[in-house]
Design a protein around this ligand. Sequence first.
Ligand SMILES: Nc1nc2c(ncn2[C@@H]2O[C@H](COP(=O)(O)OP(=O)(O)OP(=O)(O)O)[C@@H](O)[C@H]2O)c(=O)[nH]1
Ligand SMILES: [Mg+2]
Length: 506
Amino acid sequence: MEGLLKSSVVKSIVFSSFDEFGPMPKYMFPNPVSEKDQKESSEQVFTIRDYTQISIKNLSLLIEDQVTTSDENFAKLKYFAVIPYPDFNITALTFFHFIKIQGKENPIPTAFAIMVDENKRSFLYNNISTIQTIIFDLFIKFDDDIAKGFKPLEQIKHHFTELMEKIVKMEKDPIVPITSERKLKIVYLGLDSAGKTSFLLTVDRKYSRLIGLKPTRGANISTIESLGATISLWDLGGQAKFRERYLSKSKIYLYEADLLFFFIDVKENNRFDESIEYLKNIKERLDQFDQKTPIICILTKADPDIINSRKIQKNINKITSKIRELDLNETIEIHVTSIFSIFSILRAFSSGISRLSPNRDLLNHNLKGFSEKNKLFLTLILTADGLVLSDYYTKGYLLFREFLEFEDYAGETKEFEERKIRDVFEISAPQFAIIYKIFSKFKALKKEEAIFKISYSVILLKRTILSGNEIFILILIDDEDKKDEINASLEDFITRNKDLLLRYIS
Ligand SMILES: Nc1nc2c(ncn2[C@@H]2O[C@H](COP(=O)(O)OP(=O)(O)OP(=O)(O)O)[C@@H](O)[C@H]2O)c(=O)[nH]1
Ligand SMILES: [Mg+2]
């Protein structure tokens, strides 16, 4: 094992569990050294105290903001997160899950961390899906092995050796070189005039350039720096002659894409089949590369003045079912947008970016716990650009809507049920518009905290700085008197989750 670790980017691995004595490191590689040996060592080595500190930090991320759920559901909770440990100059990919052990009443929270040097963390991001699969495989066997109780290190060691063998093998055949920065490739695809360049410019806030937009000739690659990562945006002009080129040279255009946005103009129902054909061809290429690139479908040009019209609603339904036919596993996310509703574009873009975050699920889990505990209706964590890093909303939130009547849904047939789900977007749209307006106002105020009243509800806004990045928390409550209590609990939440935000995508 020591040899494997020496030949790998991975410096150390630790499995911790939360037992009667609190968070404890159970299995550690390499073996912890004494404090004296640590002082004398020229390399970085960990003492039992270091490993314990890492275990405490890991497990507190999982268990502090407990979401109300039954034991069986606990067993289903599995999360990955990339977490920094600045004290040790390391970053870890950590796997959290609960293990059922015979004789113990409750499933035991555990954390398993694979640690690399801080400046080599791109290794974790770039190989994340492969490493995740390796870890999943390990714990299927491991959980079985310890179902009757934890075993001595010698009897359990082979699981971890196997994992390291697989990782070392993977490193010999690197997909992407290890750099100190994560590089991401996002590709925009769709027929000509679908609205790709407009979407991109709206995200980029270059409104003035929206007027007199020319068709994109071939690939237009731009780079943005966001959340510590370099993101290259490939805007692939959609005229037929270009489309053929992307498909035949998919090794250049689609290979290694981290995320794909596919655009369809909702007004052009006579081009739906052509669009679907293109999407199908793209999916085939991705499958050839064995690439599990997330696809976000953007239904564009659903402008506020026409979105509720019969025709547009019919078109949305039609294209949605065509996409679903193509994608039986429903991995493709569908968003409805308009350049006249910036928030619709930011929501869709945020949703895509969040797919690139290994920390998204754990962050959402913790935000849910925090929001439930404080009985909040809506909680958003935003960047200064308005990107939503994490969100939580309840049905109660919809009661705040001041624009529509609930009675429409008196008859709860299945059809109504489905319509209701899709309508959540449309119903909440006007409120999001207000929320974004308030958010922009607050940003301009340059204050740390502010309260805005909108009829019967109160929006509480807070600004915080994480390693030089501004982060905003937006909370919707029904009663201003709850403010102090929420504030206290929020401080706590931010402190505990700041590392998940810090390593959101890079
Ligand atoms: N009403 C409305 N028009 C839009 C919207 N988005 C884009 N458009 C218009 O649609 C036209 C085409 O938009 P582009 O963004 O250039 O489309 P594209 O997908 O980049 O087209 P190619 O570069 O040829 O592939 C422009 O005239 C835009 O102003 C929208 O949300 N609503
Ligand atoms: Mg274009």
